[in-house]
Ligand binder design. Structure first.
Ligand SMILES: NC(=O)C1=CN([C@@H]2O[C@H](COP(=O)(O)OP(=O)(O)OC[C@H]3O[C@@H](n4cnc5c(N)ncnc54)[C@H](OP(=O)(O)O)[C@@H]3O)[C@@H](O)[C@H]2O)C=CC1
Ligand SMILES: O=C1O[C@H](COP(=O)(O)O)[C@@H](O)[C@H](O)[C@H]1O
Length: 553
């Protein structure tokens, strides 16, 4: 099978922030730099030609260093479901630097064979890839050790050193309770030497509120430089989230209308059709605001609202994102709706079970599994425009999207109520799409208006193109030293500042969330909040893909 991932492309830029223009064949064209991961940052773009060059660099670049990717928490759920599969996909697609080795580390007394058995079901290995998968696992080893025992990390370091002088990536697939001791031991025992680099990938949760997050940030800052830290928010690795930058700044048409004069409201939604399903113990400690809203949805908000950065360099982008966050005050109570799902007696299977029926959830818990919150960006561009974040578990569908609703047409000349608002929808998942709902003349003799759309459906426009998984892009970014799609510590701190008052109110006052049925759209109060915040739902729009309108005579 030909590499589907030929559509994963990289353009390398010098760390010094501007694109390198080493006399590319066209003026101003970015010339790919050498694949030396210590001196370049990367961003994803398209070009068949480029991937060939990248492969050439990977196979023949030979900069002397090997790379060792250490999975801390190798026995866990994240490791088997995401990290090992992602490393395999990158490996089989030839996207990793030559001489990359993988070392799993965890407390359990496991063999590599056992880790392999646990991960294989998630690796989607094709029939003709058996040899390749053998090759992959030959590059893997496992070290068992405790998270707070220095001697065990000295042993881990010895295992790394066996791979020669190497750049080192440490992926913290671990519960927060051991972050501090593990990072301290990595710093004391396992750092790369000389001109080789060390990068630490940290998974959320990054704390539980502003104080605990700042405490963790201070701890990490005392051990590592910010450029060594990669805080993962996997939504930043999703195709359509990354597309927001291109959509906004690569098109002339959006710039002039992207503001409070033209946009009525922005709704950013995350919906899942399943509940906590035995993960209730973890979830109950955090709730939907910490699980999804404070990170994934707020990150998307910053990309929708930020000013144009001076370049696509990570620091320039992150500076703009921080400015947006700094302009957002904590939400007021009347702009918050909290819900918790209850069983649907008419539903089938899991739908009958409410959140409180999950045996791993503490009795009588008031942890929200649904939330809608309207935020306001108090700056010249956005003053008064609600940014409504909605997320929930056990809803009617799986969907993540950004919905930008424009204001009414001024001085409308058509029949009253006929003209509906324009809406630009960026569907993150499933079935990536961008569509603009717009009015058009009904085909035929009359001059009636009807709701139609400009439709960029990825499945038809980019037929057969495989979208890389978010983790694939992000792990590759870590190898390449690109921090564009990672969260900087000041972003994190601002994100917690916005949500901490609400979170503390929930933790302390324990307001009762509004019950909503498993499989529903969530509480009706959420739609009312949207309505109050200038999002108009008419229910009149019908999508008719590929269906010709009836001639209107
Ligand atoms: N390229 C493509 O693939 C395209 C697909 N389509 C499809 O067409 C269908 C309709 O398009 P869509 O953009 O959803 O337009 P709609 O106007 O039908 O829905 C707009 C939004 O309103 C929400 N909503 C539903 N009921 C209410 C309510 N009572 N009060 C407030 N909000 C409500 C919807 O779902 P909720 O609140 O539950 O999230 C959605 O977010 C969709 O299935 C869409 O995926 C359309 C265009 C292009
Ligand atoms: O971070 C999280 O995200 C997942 C949803 O991720 P997706 O890529 O499948 O959309 C969510 O289920 C989980 O609760 C949350 O912790």
């Amino acid at each position: 099978m030909e590499h589907e991932s030929k559509k994963v492309h990289l353009v390398l830029q010098s760390q010094g922030n501007r694109p390198q223009t080493n006399g590319g064949s066209h003026p101003g064209q970015t010339e790919p730099a050498k694949m030396d991961s210590s001196t370049v940052v990367a961003r994803a773009v398209s070009s068949e030609e480029f991937i060939a060059k990248l492969r050439d660099e990977v196979e023949h670049g030979g900069h002397g260093a090997s790379h060792v990717f250490v999975i801390l928490g190798a026995s866990g759920d994240l490791a088997k479901k995401k990290i090992y599969p992602t490393l395999w996909w990158l490996f089989k697609d030839g996207l990793l630097p030559a001489h990359t080795y993988f070392i799993g580390y965890a407390r359990s007394n496991l063999t590599m064979e056992q880790i392999r058995e646990k991960s294989l079901p998630y690796m989607k290995v094709q029939k003709n890839e058996e040899e390749k998968v053998e090759e992959f696992f030959k590059l893997n080893t496992y070290v068992s050790g405790k998270y707070d025992v220095k001697d065990d990390f000295i042993r881990l370091n010895e295992a790394i050193e066996k791979k020669g002088k190497s750049n080192r990536l440490f992926y913290m697939a671990l519960p927060p309770s051991v972050f501090e001791s593990v990072t301290l031991n990595v710093k004391n025992c396992c750092m790369a030497q000389g001109d080789k680099w060390t990068r630490i990938v940290v998974e959320k949760p990054f704390g539980k509120d502003l104080d605990s997050s700042n405490q963790l940030s201070n701890h990490l800052a005392s051990l590592f430089k910010e450029e060594e830290l990669y805080r993962i928010d996997h939504y930043l690795g999703k195709e359509m989230v990354q597309n927001l930058m291109v959509l906004r700044f690569g098109n002339r048409i959006y710039g002039p209308i992207w503001n409070r004069d033209n946009i009525a409201s922005v709704v950013i939604s995350f919906k899942e059709p399943f509940g906590t399903q035995g993960r209730g113990g973890y979830f109950d400690e955090f709730g939907i605001l910490r699980d999804v809203m404070q990170n994934h949805l707020l990150q998307i908000l910053t990309l929708v609202a930020m000013e144009k950065p001076p370049s696509t360099d990570a620091e320039d982008i992150r500076n703009e994102k921080v400015k947006v966050l700094k302009s957002i005050p904590p939400p007021s109570q009347e702009n918050v709706v909290l819900g918790q799902y209850v069983g649907n007696p008419d539903g089938s299977g899991d739908e009958k079970e409410g959140y409180l029926d999950d045996p791993t959830v503490p009795k009588g818990s008031v942890t929200p599994t649904f939330a809608t919150v309207a935020l306001f960006v108090k700056n010249e561009r956005w003053d008064g425009v609600p940014f409504i974040l909605r997320c929930g578990k056990a809803l009617n569908e799986r969907k993540a999207e950004v919905r930008i609703q424009f204001k009414d047409v001024a001085g409308d000349i058509f029949r009253e109520g006929e003209v509906k608002r324009n809406e630009l929808v960026i569907r993150v998942q499933p079935s990536e799409a961008i569509y603009m709902k717009m009015m058009a003349k009904t085909p035929g003799m009359s001059i009636d208006c009807e709701e139609s759309e400009l439709d960029l459906t990825y499945g038809s426009r980019y037929r057969g193109v495989k979208m890389p998984d978010a983790y694939e892009r992000l792990i590759l970014d870590v190898f390449m030293g690109s921090q564009i799609h990672f969260v900087r510590s000041d972003e994190l701190s601002e994100a917690w500042r916005i949500f901490t008052p609400l979170l503390h109110h929930i933790d302390q006052e324990k307001p009762k969330p509004i019950p909503y049925k498993y499989g529903s759209r969530g509480p009706a109060e959420s739609d009312e909040l949207l309505q109050r915040n200038d999002f108009q739902y008419t229910g009149s729009y019908k999508w008719r893909p590929g269906v010709a309108a009836k001639p209107n005579l």
